[in-house]
Design a protein around this ligand. Sequence first.
Ligand code: DC
Length: 225
Amino acid sequence: MKYRSIAIDGPSGAGKSTLAKRLAQELGFLYVDTGAIYRTVGVAVHRQGIDPADGTAVAALLPELGITMGYGEDGLQHMFLDGEDVTTAIRENEISAYASKAAAIPAVREFLLEMQRRLSREHDVIMDGRDIGTVVLPQADLKIFLTAAPEARAQRRYRELLARGQQADFVHVLAEVIERDRRDMERETAPLRQAEDAVVADTTALDLEGSLQLLLGLIREHLHV
Ligand code: DC
């Protein structure tokens, strides 16, 4: 049986994970957050005290990394590092830069590629990331490029940090969003870019419910679900 796959790519803060999670529930697909996998590498690099931009040092760490993922009773994706549940730790603000820098290293991407592809061979998946439509699942049944203006994305991220009880400053968050976009788009390996056959969904002026309806409409049109 051929499993169906939906790829959602786009910059950070466009709402990919929130929307993909809801869509997966709605459709009965497995939701795969690939950013969480890169973030787990980020946590490992951080804990080892390695410079995340040092490709040689990070590559040397990879064979020792025990990264696994599982789905809790809540149906949510949990990340494990050497057996320890790091699902919360990967969301710490400083880990974002570690993940982004480590994700620019070709050996890291190569190391994580098969893990992502295997999931799509075993389940109907809705997978979000940066290079899902272009590299990981080029045969996806539907590719969505989800985007929003940087200010709108920074605003969402800012609210999210406050809601989590973390300290945040909007100007700083916006600068981080812009810097991360630049790094994710300008890196040589698997840069963030829209697949030629992706459908663009811009959520700048939409709330969560509006975005969800937009994407459900696209999915129904393309997948006949
Ligand atoms: O989506 P996120 O913010 O959780 O992703 C964390 C970092 O991982 C982000 O800076 C880009 C990188 N990433 C990637 O390079 N490729 C993916 N498929 C997913 C994430």
